[in-house]
Design a protein. Structure first.
Length: 696
């Protein structure tokens, strides 16, 4: 398979181009796009790519529908109505870029830190993510963005424990005898892991799912532990307790590879299954049974995912879970250990200078946390922050790309208030008029993955994947990199790095022993890594040993949620239900919500609630309900089912606010308090009450 030869093929002859799924998903699928006459006639998973294995999820299999969507933004737009109404007129690129450059230059001349980029993983690519964009904002001296909204609690926890975000090769789970799927609905959010788990099950492996929600994945596992939200750390400590008292430990591995075990051992011995059961909402017998299964089965593998770290103690819980395979010596086997993220494996192969940090020229701009954007957009110059720092200049300009913060950021009421400031100059690079784009002064039409270059790492497997443009850009759309390149030119940035085109950026993105032409030829390349990376230690810490007691952080411990019946009883008297907000199966965060065929499957925003909780509130399946707390309220449709455990409800997201029943979504209820590590949001640490809408 070669995409290079396709360049010279006549347009009326079908040609196949290697591509990559750009979305925030651990699978990072390799794709083949067959095009005839500048039209996609087939989009498929690459059958030769070991983890994609020829299959795409329902969402991405319809990516051509997204690219050709009738509502796609294809021309630069300038706001003519009040912010939030989404009223625009078409303007030329010259008019839009000239005005944007002039506005940004005027602010930068006074206070460059008053300009803030806001982006995340709308594309996971190195080129259209933070390549040319980082160069632009570094040259400008704009505020930096702390990109924390999804995974930084778990990521920082892994880095503290293992030295980097590293783990098993996902393919080797097929050989495991026990697979623990912890905080993950693999069937919905890690689809290509599930066939691997099924292969292991057919070979005799036991599958355990740990999740507050009885997900599609939990239904198909041998065991489901429906713990209360935010109690994962308590469960991990109780498992350690049982490993110790029953001597299900690999003492040699601990002695050689684990630092600080004595202190953690003492802490874990205080966590009996009886004590943990009170926190977790499980029985002591369930905890003992799981600990025995884990302690006596080899090789045992944990597929951890990010849902469990979106609570106050998410970082500590991740550290505790990551230590479990170190105590049993599971890492000795290639089918043993743990996988949360493989992102750290790619660091030696990524060009960390792609964003040209030297353009800062010694400046150290302030950092603004994307998870507190609701508060930060409303702060005044010099305002004192809760941690004692001074905020600095008020945010005067916001450039949003690869993100939809009005829908996805916590505590939406604050976020929308900030975005509605008439004195805030907002530019959004987008495919569609999202909730965020509706608040922009300018919306600039961006290309989709089928129309531009990119190179992708993965956080769920160990393959680099390339994406080549298969179609000419629709309308007047331009790639993110091209837009920032054009803005740099208008602002007089003369450094040669601003002349690099997108293919040059793709070539620069990769370091190490993966030739670019080889990557183009095949479409993907496996990183040269050992099968059992930590069989003999060698973790990417300074001395190669796992860390229990980390300087400046200490030993991991269980931290109860900010909001729960046990940790905040006064609040729970008014709002007695814990709410988590996992993604709806056919959306990816807020992406694909506007694809009608996918929205039709989801039907409407829903709240899953357990039967007894519903009955005490007079709620029947299909009723419209009001979900509320002190931060706001949200209307949706109740689904009374067995997916919810008693005392917990699930507000499936993330719907665009404009598609909500009352112009809001579930983030109206979430808060901006941060996790113990990683400065991340605690989306799943939230108390609410629910009532029938008719009685509200």
């Amino acid at each position: 398979m070669t995409a290079i030869l396709a360049e010279t093929a006549p347009l009326d002859v079908p040609r196949t181009v290697q591509a990559a799924c750009p979305h925030d998903c651990p699978d990072t699928c390799a794709m083949r796009v067959t095009v005839q006459g500048d039209k996609v006639i087939r989009l498929q998973g690459d059958p030769d790519h070991p983890t994609t294995n020829g299959a795409l999820c329902t969402k991405v299999s319809r990516y051509a529908e997204r690219t050709e969507h009738a509502e796609r933004v294809l021309n630069p737009l300038k706001r003519v109505g009040p912010k939030g109404e989404g009223r625009f007129v078409e303007v030329s690129w010259d008019e839009a870029l000239d005005d944007i450059a002039a506005r940004l230059a005027g602010i930068a001349a006074r206070a460059p830190e008053a300009i803030l980029p806001y982006s995340y993983a709308g594309t996971m690519g190195m080129v259209q993510g933070e390549g040319m964009a980082a160069r632009f904002f570094n040259q400008l001296g704009a505020s930096r963005l702390d990109r924390t909204i999804c995974s930084s609690a778990g990521g920082d926890a892994l880095a503290a424990t293992y030295g980097a975000k590293v783990g098993m090769h996902v393919e080797h789970f097929a050989e495991s005898r026990l697979i623990v799927i912890w905080g993950s609905n693999s069937i919905a959010s890690n689809l290509h892991f599930w066939p691997i788990a099924l292969a292991a099950r057919r070979a005799g492996a036991t599958l355990v799912c740990i999740d507050p929600r009885r997900t599609e994945t939990a239904e198909k596992c041998h065991h489901h532990l429906a713990l209360t939200p935010g109690s994962d750390g308590a469960l991990a400590l109780a498992v350690m307790h049982e490993l110790i008292v029953n001597d299900w430990l690999d003492h040699d591995y601990i002695e050689r590879q684990v630092d600080g075990w004595a202190g953690l051992r003492e802490r874990a011995l205080a966590w009996t299954p009886e004590r943990a059961s009170v926190e977790c909402g499980l029985t002591a017998a369930q905890i003992r049974e799981f600990a025995q299964l884990y302690g006596l089965t080899s090789p045992a593998a944990i597929r951890l995912n990010y849902g469990m770290q979106r609570v106050r103690g998410g970082g500590n819980a991740t550290r505790l879970i990551a230590l479990l395979p170190c105590l049993t010596g599971a890492w000795r086997h290639r089918a043993g250990g743990m996988l949360l993220s493989s992102g750290g494996w790619f660091l030696p192969f990524r060009n960390l200078q792609l964003g040209h940090p030297e353009l800062l020229a010694g400046r150290t701009p302030r950092t603004v946390n994307m998870s507190t954007i609701g508060d930060d957009l409303l702060r005044e110059t010099g305002e004192a922050l809760p941690d004692g720092r001074v905020f600095g200049p008020r945010i005067e300009a916001l450039v949003v790309y690869n993100s939809n913060p009005v829908a996805v950021a916590p505590q939406s009421r604050q976020v929308t208030s900030g975005f509605r400031r008439e004195d805030l100059f907002t530019v959004v690079l987008e495919h569609f008029l999202t909730d965020t784009a509706d608040h922009a002064d300018y919306v600039l039409p961006a290309t989709t993955q089928l129309e531009h270059w990119d190179v992708h790492a993965s956080y769920g497997h160990t393959y680099l994947v390339i994406n080549e443009p298969a179609l000419t850009p629709r309308g007047q759309s331009r790639s993110n990199a091209a837009i920032f390149r054009a803005l740099a030119q208008r602002m007089g940035f003369t450094d040669a790095c601003f002349e690099d085109d997108d293919e040059a950026l793709a070539r620069q993105a990769i370091n190490g022993p993966v030739p670019f032409e080889q990557l183009r030829e095949i479409g993907w390349a496996k990183l040269p890594l050992p099968d059992a990376p930590f069989a003999d230690g060698g973790f990417p810490t300074a001395d190669g040993r796992v860390k229990c007691d980390v300087p400046g952080i200490g030993l991991p411990d269980y931290l109860p949620p900010y909001e729960s019946v046990r940790s905040s009883p006064e609040l729970a008297r008014r709002f007695p239900l814990a709410m988590i907000s996992p993604p709806a199966r056919n959306f990816l965060n807020s992406t694909f919500v506007n694809v009608k065929s996918l929205r039709a499957i989801e039907q409407e925003p829903v709240l899953e609630i357990e039967a007894a909780d519903a009955a005490t509130r007079g709620i029947a399946d299909g009723d419209e309900v009001r979900v509320f707390n002190d931060r706001g309220e949200y209307r949706c449709v109740a689904r009374v089912n067995e997916r919810a455990r008693p005392g917990v409800v699930h507000g499936l997201g993330v719907w665009w606010r404009k598609f909500g029943l009352d112009g809001t979504n579930v983030n109206e209820l979430t808060h901006q308090r941060l996790t113990d590590m990683g400065r991340a949001p605690s989306f799943y640490d939230c108390l609410v009450e629910v009532e029938r809408a008719e009685t509200a």
